[in-house]
Design a protein. Structure first.
Lengths: 182, 522
């Protein structure tokens, strides 16, 4: 069978260019060889860095894929800063939602959400706010912003658009080799 | 290409250009009848289709506001998207999978076959399989359906091979790569399937039959057919005698136009067609056009649907090749011993990663969900499609509050599963899981119904005018020059995919309309 190369098929320059559109700080931090630091969060204009970091942790806890680095989740949550800048209602939704999540964390663990060490404990906090508009909007947005990122697809073994490659008629549409003969 | 005057009262106006409207338009044009098709969506040719699920959804899907209610999960998860259908020339033949199956004999007479089912509003069709057979044959030839007319079946892809192996182990007998309106060899000026794998996003190679590039250009070539894209019909008008005289529509610029007509045929699908009839209420027809029975909008059917995805130890890559690549038909029979009447088909289906995330278990999150997503390349999948019970209370109504940009009430879709639908789905989930477990699935996912792709029954055919909206030719009982030409005329839904029956009925209806016009009956 023709297997998919799970390494990113995008060269580094293309990846950084793509990331730059949504998360310039990531690009800067990465291209300067510093690795991903908190710079991406410091770059937020409307929401606070602490709020951005809470959104990142939430994103990882809602859709945890341990083989994905933070950059994919950062790309998924960073647009909230721009949306909050455009719409005060969005800003309120995010700020109040994060405040409530931190309140739940403080009540139970005496620390903010991002500092709660175990995922299971954080998930229990998310379950408390699961019905809120804040949680539902962040989750609903992630379903698209995380899984519709073309750079994520090869990591999940999905090849995307195929017509320009002539479809799969010569690229393994029927190459399964492990079924016993029927 | 024809261009007809707005005041030309000799034309047949068809609302919608999909399986029903597009076929009817071409068939009438071939017979020398002048036709104007008003299509709400744009004309997008197949080279412009996009191999990307969300981008394609934005390009093609009907996303105008609708509202929902009822206990079906779609109303909770996708409250403004009850149906996944297309707003473009070609209608849902742009995104359909291509499965082209005939109804069984009993499926035209479910009242006789199933008896009284509490809560279900069953009647027999006013036509039989024997009457439909010649029209089915014409449709299969027109569409180039595999395994008919000497056309070979399509090759099976990986997803099919997994399902087939499991089906054989379970002892299922009728298992093959389907009767598909997808060319397995060049035919009718179109090439053969390249196994691209984005059937739902519009077939870029044109191997799959669609009214967009098979029926409509042929009709246009006669000089008798004009298609006007971007034309949203908002009202059908009538004269004091009760005959329809034409339609009012918003053109591509949003300006209101009035197209006169000798005959109006409604083919806007089972949500928009009843909406249009209801929105066309007048002092003479206060409950909407063709609605003396009160059945307009009622008996909405969407098929018992669901999916089973299964993850294996090794790769499958189900997304490679034809989306609906094969079928198990053994459960399509009517065998009430299983605990329900009617039957269902099991048909391979695949979603790309973005839609798998959206539809596998809408609203789910956490490691159980992400573990399933990480199995994506090792997944096989099937869609379960079976007959659902027509119920009077499953219904399209006009939303009491929400209007579209032209000030017309939007459609509100109410749906509750019938206990028979639930029993059938549970059976289908078990059998689907068993198919995959027989060949080593490590986990199976009973996946809830997607927004409806098979929309049927809201203007149904009936022998007696009090039981339905139209007669056996789709002619409304109340208004003789008003026709229903889409899946909304279905009296019942059968187990199989509806398109072949819609096309067959459209060919038959064209014969009837042309004859009646010639005889000056309409």
């Amino acid at each position: 069978m023709r297997e998919i190369d799970r390494r990113s098929k995008y060269d580094r320059r293309v990846f950084l260019k793509g990331a730059a559109a949504t998360a310039p700080a990531v690009a800067i931090a990465t291209s300067t060889g510093l690795g991903i630091t908190d710079a991406w969060a410091e770059d937020a204009k409307t929401l606070t860095p602490a709020t951005m970091k809470t959104l990142l942790k939430m994103a990882r806890d809602i859709y945890p894929h341990d083989f994905l680095g933070d950059s994919y989740y950062i790309a998924a949550v960073t647009p909230w800063d721009g949306k909050a800048a455009k719409d005060p209602a969005v800003k309120t939704l995010i700020v109040d939602g994060v405040a409530r999540l931190d309140q739940e964390a403080n009540d139970r663990h005496k620390m903010p959400y991002v500092q709660v060490a175990w995922e299971n404990d954080r998930v229990a906090l998310l379950q408390k706010i699961e019905a809120s508009a804040f949680f539902q909007q962040v989750r609903g947005d992630l379903i698209v912003s995380l899984y519709n990122n073309k750079e994520v697809w090869p990591r999940f073994g999905y090849e995307g658009s195929s017509a320009e490659h002539g479809g799969y008629i010569k690229r393994g549409f029927a190459d399964i080799d492990w079924l016993s003969k029927v | 290409m024809a261009k007809f005057d707005l005041n030309d009262s000799g034309v047949v106006v068809i609302v919608g250009s999909g399986a029903g409207g597009g076929t009817l338009g071409n068939e009438l044009a071939q017979k020398g009848v002048k036709v104007v098709i008003l299509e709400a969506g744009p004309r997008i040719e197949n080279q412009d289709f996009i191999n990307d699920e969300w981008d394609s959804f934005s390009q093609l899907a009907w996303s105008d506001m609708r509202t929902t209610s009822g206990s079906w999960r779609v109303a909770h998860d996708f409250p403004s998207i009850p149906a996944w259908i297309v707003k473009a020339v070609g209608g849902s033949t742009v995104h359909w999978a291509g499965a082209s199956l005939r109804f069984d004999e009993h499926e035209f007479k479910i009242k006789s076959a199933y008896g009284g089912i509490p809560g279900a509003n069953l009647i027999d069709w006013p036509i039989t399989l024997a009457e439909m057979e010649p029209w089915y044959a014409k449709a299969e030839d027109k569409m180039g359906v595999t395994r008919t007319n000497g056309i070979p079946g399509l090759p099976g892809n990986n997803n099919f091979k997994v399902m087939e192996a499991g089906a054989r182990k379970l002892g299922y007998k009728e298992v093959h790569t389907g009767r598909m309106a997808i060319n397995s060899e060049p035919r009718d000026g179109r090439g053969s399937c390249q196994q691209i794998g984005f059937c739902f996003q519009g077939c870029k190679s044109g191997a799959k039959w669609s009214t967009l590039y098979s029926e409509i250009p042929k009709g246009e070539a006669t000089g008798n057919l004009e298609v006007r894209p971007g034309s949203m019909v908002i009202k059908i008008e009538h004269d004091p005698s009760g005959k329809v005289t034409g339609v009012v529509y918003a053109d591509a610029t949003g300006a209101m136009q009035r197209q006169k007509a000798r005959v109006v045929a409604v083919a806007g699908n089972s949500i928009e067609s009843p909406r249009l009839l209801l929105n066309s209420a007048s002092s003479m027809f206060p409950d909407g056009l063709a609605n003396s029975s009160g059945q307009v909008g009622r008996n909405y059917m969407r098929h018992m649907t669901g999916s089973v995805y299964a993850t294996f130890e090794k790769s499958v890559h189900m997304y490679r090749g034809t989306t609906m690549a094969g079928i198990i038909r053994d459960e399509a029979r009517n065998d009430p011993k299983r605990g329900f009447v009617g039957g269902y088909e099991m048909e391979t289906l695949s979603l790309g990663l973005p839609f798998m995330a959206a539809f596998l278990n809408p609203g789910a999150w956490g490691r159980s969900f992400t573990s399933a997503m990480e199995g994506y390349p090792r997944m096989a999948g099937m869609w379960l499609v079976g007959e659902d019970m027509p119920q009077e209370t499953n219904r399209i109504t006009l939303d009491p509050k929400i209007k579209d940009k032209f000030g017309m009430a939007v459609a509100s879709v109410h749906f509750d599963d019938h206990p028979n639908d639930v029993a059938m789905r549970d059976h289908a989930y078990r059998q689907g899981a068993a198919v995959y477990e027989a060949v080593g699935a490590t986990v199976t996912y009973p996946t809830p119904p997607y927004p409806s792709t098979h929309n049927m029954g809201t203007n149904r055919m009936s022998e007696k005018p009090r039981d339905g909206v139209c007669n056996k030719f789709g002619q409304t009982h109340d208004i003789k020059n008003l026709f229903i030409s889409d899946g909304s005329q279905f009296t019942s839904g059968a187990a199989c995919n509806p398109t072949l029956t819609i096309v067959s009925l459209a060919i038959r209806q064209a014969d009837h309309i042309a004859g009646a016009m010639q005889r000056k009956e309409i």
